[in-house]
Design a protein around this ligand. Sequence first.
Ligand code: SF4
Length: 200
Amino acid sequence: MIDETILATIDKLSWIRQSLLWKIGKQYNLSPLQVQIMNCLNKQSSENSNITQLSKFLFITKSTVSDAVKTLEKKNLVIKRFSKENKKKSIIAFTQKGKNIIKKISAWNKDFNTQLKKFNNKTKKTISLFLLEFILPLKNAGIIDTAKTCIACENFLYNFNKNDESHFCKLLNKIVDTSEIKLDCEEFLEKKSVKLVNNS
Ligand code: SF4
């Protein structure tokens, strides 16, 4: 019963968030997919702002992303250019018009953030750890291709300091609190085998 409730709640929250994003996108004449791509681009580093990464992030085909990006280009919201780091690599960047609109679209998260602030940190850390770990078996079962979270990273030492339950990132040489565990870190290095820490 609890499993179904967890999944139904994840679905419900996800649909509420999608519909808020779509609603705000509509104000700027953007389809649901176009607004998702704009939102996704806003979170990616410029190196990851390409069709392949967007298709992985949104779990849709490259051709679907490519068509939507072409429409965004026609609307003068994004532009394709070569990466500064790798001149052969094409990346997608916001135009000035796109930057102005994404600033307004980013406000869609405001209501969720306000509500989340009302919960205590201990609860949020437990939930965050559970959700991040929940991605791992999905990858092992072949449902998703990657699970780029610190927990599955070669550089991560879980519960490094047992006294305060903090962790450690060997690459950044830095103590990591549970609230700082990352999703989609660019330096992620996949671990060969990952032991779930939240399953007792
Ligand atoms: S390299 Fe990135 S994903 Fe890996 S432990 Fe450090 S912060 Fe986390």
